[in-house]
Design a protein around this ligand. Structure first.
Ligand code: GRG
Length: 265
């Protein structure tokens, strides 16, 4: 579990939770507990995603994946235990000083974001959409749904969980924050797809449009690289627009958006 959590990683999700908490004046202690719980879910998803039955990857963050370093059974257990740890952190009194009903809301939000109506559901659609015998139509709508669930739901939880601890953010403002979260969640994935095609990890000799790329359900496969970059900029501007409508200091969140769309790994 230590290896999966501390072998690098950009910590984008905890950072987002902290920046949201700062903007709405929720305490850093709360934001850190939320961020730690979300990072446990994220680490578990990467360990399980790398398994032979899923993506079958040997490297993660430049290091051997958990099942390569240890073994497959241990990697399954590591993922399971990290998932439980996330909920232990949220429910543990010393870690988060919130009322029991607020804690239940946080636990409910994270459970929904990680389970079948969030990340796991998105992963299942992704598996069904991959390969020559894809059971899912490769359209922009299904791709957006897939990513809204697979990666967007956890990123959105980084926004909505700190919001759940505020008693001053109005319902309208919460909806505006959610628009922001939807836009950056999708932008994150579009950038991930672009990096898969153009970054260090891109498979040389397999440009967008080749047979291999067409069997993948990705933004560059559907829109081409330039179309995907255009989509990324539209989402970036949607996110900034959503922030601009909020009566809070969102400067750091604007910088986060820029970091997200300009990241190179
Ligand atoms: C196995 C239940 C289950 C779910 C897997 C999130 C996910 C679902 C799989 C991860 C596969 C993947 C690489 C998706 C692309 C988007 C993504 C989550 C990238 C990794 O996130 P970063 O860049 O990772 O924030 P670091 O290493 O910085 O923490």
């Amino acid at each position: 579990m230590q290896y999966a959590l501390f072998n690098g990683g950009k910590r984008l999700r905890p950072l987002l939770a902290i920046l949201i908490a700062d903007a709405i004046e929720v305490s850093r202690e709360h934001a850190l507990s939320i961020g730690a719980a979300i990072e446990c879910i994220h680490a578990y998803s990467l360990v399980h995603d790398d398994l032979p039955a899923m993506d079958d990857d040997d490297l993660r963050r430049g290091q051997p994946t958990c099942h390569v370093k240890y073994d497959e059974a241990i990697a399954i257990l590591v993922g399971d235990a990290l998932q439980s740890l996330a909920f232990e952190l949220l429910s543990c009194d010393e870690q988060i000083d919130a009322s029991p009903s607020q804690k239940i809301v946080l636990i409910n939000q994270l459970a929904k974001a990680s389970g079948f109506s969030g990340m796991v559901g998105g992963q299942a659609i992704d598996l069904a959409a991959t390969g020559e015998d894809s059971k899912v139509a490769h359209t922009i709508e299904t791709l957006m749904l897939l990513h809204k669930l697979k990666t967007g739901a956890i990123l959105k939880a980084c926004v909505t969980m700190p919001l759940a601890l505020s008693d001053k953010v109005t319902t309208t403002e919460k909806a505006q924050f959610e628009c922001f979260a939807d836009a950056i969640g999708l932008a994150f994935q579009v950038q991930d797809d672009i990096l898969d095609c153009t970054g260090d990890t891109a498979q040389l000799g397999k440009p967008a449009g080749s047979d291999d790329e067409q069997h993948k359900h990705t933004f560059p496969a559907l829109l081409g690289i330039e179309g995907a970059k255009q989509q990324l900029h539209t989402l970036y501007h949607d996110a900034l627009q959503a922030l601009a409508a909020l009566p809070y200091n969102t400067e750091a969140l604007e910088a986060f958006c820029e970091l997200l769309i300009n990241r190179d790994h």
